[in-house]
Design a protein around this ligand. Sequence first.
Ligand SMILES: [Zn+2]
Length: 416
Amino acid sequence: MSPLSVLHASQLITLSGPKRPRVGTELSTLGIIHNGGMLIRDGKIERVGPSDEIEKNVGDAEVVDAGGRVVMPGFVDAHTHLVFAGNRLDDFERRARGETYEQIAKAGGGIWSTVVKTRAASELDLLAQAKKHANWFLRCGTTTVEAKSGYGLTVEDELKILRVMRQLKKEAPLEIVPTFLGGHAVARELSPDEYLDVVVTEMLPRVSAEKLAEFCDVFCERGYFNIDQSRKILSAAKKLGLSLRGHVDQLTNSGGAKLMAEMGATTADHLEQTDEQGIAALKKASVQPVLLPGSVYALGSSRYPRAREMIEAGLAVVLATDFNPGSSPTPSMPMVLSLACTQMKMLPAEAITASTVNAAYSVRRGDRIGSLEPGKLANLVIFDCEDYRELAYWFGIPQTHSVYVRGECVSRSGGL
Ligand SMILES: [Zn+2]
């Protein structure tokens, strides 16, 4: 691969800084270089600086002229449900008619309807649909996603989903961080205790033996897995060497944030209902909160997580899409930035830090991605705007100009 230089970015958003997730006022420090440029060799960033300085060192490198546009690291989406079959259009319409979650589930919708379709789908069918999703992410400027299983709920179907992720990783340029979410819901054919036993004694050992996941997640919520059941799943995963994430305090404040702190989890996700005690517990245990405003929006709710209090408490906040067919059908990080600024009162710069470098640390890849610094992978996006704040400001219109993964162009507006 020939070396590449990117020149004349109106703002080169480097996010250079300490080698750890950013907190407090660091969240609004983007390390901007005006009329910036960079040199890329072997898929990695070699040099970053003012354009004229980079130009002197271009040598035989191919030149990409950013033409006065914003250049920044590819988004890292730290919470997605990438692999599933079908959609939930009927649920969507029912919600528009005013039906409740319970009514929709009774009528055959909800998570279970996606489980039925995903079980029936072959590995190849799932892979084809996942490729389509992967392409959507790239087109929105996302170059890495964390992806969860959880629509299989049998040993074989959970493994099938994780294998699809492994195959997708080989076939698509999108980088994938796999998470086992057998504890997404209780399989209907089993009692809660029977299913819990299958997750702990059958699924987790297989996932670990086949090295199919880096993280284990659980849906800790009334009607799904309570605190004790969630603790059992997470403890078993931890013993097998998996790192931990959790869907907690989304619909009710059940003390999920405290559980994630107690377990030494990497992240606690959702947190719409988390109070001061929960925030303090996360801070004490250095757990990163992953906030998912897209799901609050898509469910028609108005109870967004308390991002400002979390930032003020010193938490290393992360933003993600929660891409899934039921409650957050969006792969768009720019849409999430818009919601973060308008609904959660985060600053545009804070939202960008939360969806790049902080997100990278939350998937244990902070040393490789999330900022444009020498030594890191050349995963970057050119956006068709001059000021980074435009990303969160204009909404409903794609601003992606082109996307690079390891120095290679993988998506361009108007096609490759
Ligand atoms: Zn989720």
